[in-house]
Structure formats: structure tokens, C-alpha cells
Design a protein around this ligand. Sequence first.
Ligand code: DC
Length: 453
Amino acid sequence: MTINVALDGPSGAGKSTIARAAARKLGYVYVDTGAMYRSVALFMLDNGIDPEDKEVVTALLPKVKIDLAYENGEQRVILNGEDVSERIRTSAVSMAASKTSSYPEVREFLLGLQKDIAKSNDIIMDGRDIGTVILPDAQIKIFLTASAEKRAERRHKELVEKGESISFEEVLEDIKKRDEQDMNRETAPLKQAEDAILVDTSELTLEESIDAVYNTVVNKTLKQEKTEPSEKKPSSRDRELMPVRPISKKHKLGFFHVFFYNLLRYIVLGLYHLFYNISYEGTENVPKDGGNIFASNHRSYQDPVFIALHTRVPISYMAKEELFKQNVFFTALIKAFGAFPVVRGSGDTTVIDTSVEKLEKGRNLVIFPEGTRSKDGKVGKGKTGVALVAAVAQTKVIPVGINFEGRLKFRKRVVVRYGKPIEPVKMGITGTSPRDLKKIKNEIMENIIGLVR
Ligand code: DC
């Protein structure tokens, strides 16, 4: 039996971002039905058809061919052979899609495609009528919403960042108009299914919203597994998981690269011993080769340097995108120490891919599983990303504890502890299922906690 999660809700509630990230964490396929409606609308606009002209829109449907493709776990929409995944995201297409999706013929046209995908995959399908019309038997139904103002605020920010000049009021009006159209249309109006769980993201961060959806699915499926043990078929769950690609441990970095890195490392090591009262423990746990992950608690912007000072191979680490927009000197410095940007909360496969590439190149990768710096020194909740990178690359994770009291100041006592390497393969883990990832993550977090004291 496959697991179907129906996720409905109004425009701009963050459905697609949240559903995509939750699906990735669960190892499910994410299906964005809005993209299908958008593609129909784009076809009409490209051919100079007025979306209001129902007769013509309906008559042209046989000329529309929509296919879904998956690239690195990301859905791509193919319209008559052209990948239109980006072109369907404009305001003009949004408005047109809202209109054309109100025609029963258009809905009928897409229904088969949507039902077929759900039959053979564990999926999270997002849309407006998934829980009510497309998958009325879905095991889990979620209605994801947020106040119109909050949705407009987020959408406005997104558009401004893309360079569109539009006022907040215009965006709010657009959203209200689309809500009105989507809720009051005769066919399949947007409404919460009776058995759907309501998730309101107005006051939640993106991470919290993803967790809310993820936890709802996990809790529900666990309950179902308990009540219907015979239904359990782990094989279907393994589909569409991120594939494992063990990295080769061959040394690939150039001699001079490693030489100059070590020269710089020794200079900085000397300086840091002057700046801070710093000591290291467990350096025998640091592998001499590259391609390893260092998973550490996060206390300060100096952490990557603290960790790198005892690795003989250059490191790479993920840094918030904002850090690359500071002054030129700072940006150059963090880049020299191997920083690469991540957009926070993007939950992207590209981040995982980039991380694995760095490891494959022979670098060591520093990851802070908590995501943000801890203000009080306590180790917070870890995210699964680190486990996913370790599982995909099938490589060692060295837990690290960075210890100092209060704020980092001149001559402050700092203790950096490296723990024993954790090896997913030795834990019997050879896949990337949610359960496997949780096991690795828990092991890593427990070890980090043990090194912070
Ligand atoms: O989720 P979205 O904004 O990408 O959706 C685009 C339009 O398509 C939106 O106006 C509502 C419509 N839609 C729909 O009617 N039914 C769905 N299952 C998904 C989207």
C-alpha cells in the first residue's frame, strides 16, 4: 500500500516549499498540482488566448501535453516537450491559472494524471481539492493556511527579492482576489476536507511549518502501522529516496593546494593560541585524509576555523547566504576557508548535492546540525541534513564539541573536542530512508552533547 498525503490550502501559504521539504525528509515524492494548472494557463497565454474565454480554452486542451519529470528529486513540469518549471511562476500565469482552473473541463483534463501518480508512489500532493476530490481516500489530509496579511507579506518579500516592483497592498489585493476566485468557484472550490488536520503557519517559521507537516505524517503513519501491521510494506517507502553515491576516498586535491592550506593553518593556529586560551582534545580522532564530515555544536562565527585548525585537508562549510553579502574582505575570508552559501530553509537537494561534491573533491565538510548558533551554550535540536549527507556519501562523521563560557572574547578559554568517528555503514545503514537518517542524526547529536561540557 502506498501512502498518500493530501495537502490543500490557499495561495501563498507556503504549501509548495513546505510540502517539498517535508516530502524530502520523508522520502516521498512531491507532486505540485498547481504547476499543472499553471502549465495549462501558460499554454493559453503563449498562444494569445484570453483565459476568460472558456470555449476556446476548453477546445484547445487536446493540444496540451503535460508530463512530470524528476531531477534530483525535484519536480519539473514539461509542457509539450518544453521544461516550463520556471516560466510558470509569474504573476500573469498565477492570475490566468486561477481563472482557467475554474473550468470543469480543465480539472477533468488533469484529474487522470494526478490520480495515476498517487496510485504508484508514496506522495505528498499539494493543491486545492486533493483531499476532497482527487484523493478522498488519502491516509493523511492536511489543510495548510495562514492569514491573508501574512501570506501577502511573504509573497511581497519574495517578489521584491526577485526585483519586481510591486506594493504590499497590490500583493494583498491579488491574494484576496485569488482566494475569492478559488473559494467561490463552482467546481472543486478550495475548502478544508472534514477529516483534514488544520495547520496554520501564520506564526510559524518555515522550519517549524515543515516540522509540523513532517510530524503529522510520521505520527499518523506510525499509528496506522500499529493498527494495520499487515499493511506495512517497507519496499514501497524506499522508492524515490535520495540515492546513495559513496564517495571515492582517493586524494584529489593538488599538492600545492594542500601545502598552502597547511601553511595558512599553522599561521592561524599560532595566532589563535595568542588570541584565545585554546586547547584541543581528541585530535587523534581526526582522520588524516579528506572526505569526512565534522558535525559540531555552533557557538560563534569562529567555529569553522576552530575545527579546521586540526584538519590537514581543507574544509568546506555551509554558511548563510546573508554572510556573502557583507563587506568584500569578510566574504573573501570565509570563501578562503571554504564557505559556500545556503539559502536558509530552502531544504534543497542542491545543498546536499553541493556538500557531497565537496566531499568527493577530497575536502572535509563542516556542518552545524542545529542550523543556528546557540546563545546559551546548550546544544539545540539537530536537523537531518547532516545525516542525509553522511548517508548519501557513505562517509565518516566526526562529532565536535566547542566549549567556552559566555561570549567569545580575547584570551577566553576555549576547548575543542573531537569525538570518535561515526560510520553509517558500520551502524548497518546503507540507505537514506527517514528511519535510517533519524538513527544517524540521533547518534551524531548524542555524541556532540557528550563533547559539550
Ligand atoms: O498552488 P498554485 O498557486 O501554484 O496554483 C495555481 C492555481 O491553480 C491557483 O489559482 C489554484 C489552481 N489550482 C487548483 O485549482 N487546484 C489545484 N489542485 C491546484 C491549483
